[in-house]
Design a protein around this ligand. Structure first.
Ligand code: FES
Length: 102
């Protein structure tokens, strides 16, 4: 079953950027775009690269290793060499704190 776990504060994520956080032993990427927060698994589905080291352009994160792109809203793999989507996690904001459903 799902558990809501605090993953830090909204202010801890730079605007229109991505950070890596460990939540309940999982490596997650937290994004802030237009004031909205999104979470995905941080490890690329293609190889062992961390998406928080990639380049965020709007709602697309580009993997630093082979430039595969995911839509952070759906986790959808947008281009080669990716074949598998990345997992996304539901987010809830309370009092400026980010909670992730794990
Ligand atoms: Fe991410 Fe290859 S490891 S695109």
């Amino acid at each position: 079953t799902e558990q809501w776990i605090e993953a830090g504060s909204v202010d801890g994520i730079p605007a229109d950027d991505v950070i890596g956080v460990e939540v309940a032993g999982k490596d997650l990427a937290l994004y802030r775009v237009d004031g909205q927060v999104f979470a995905t698994a941080n490890i690329c589905t293609h190889g062992h690269a961390r998406l928080c080291d990639g380049f965020l352009d709007g709602h697309e994160i580009e993997c630093p290793l082979h430039q595969g792109k995911f839509d952070i809203r759906s986790g959808k793999a947008m281009c080669a060499p990716l074949t598998d989507d990345v997992r996304t996690y539901p987010i809830r904001i309370e009092d400026g704190k980010v909670f992730v459903a794990i």
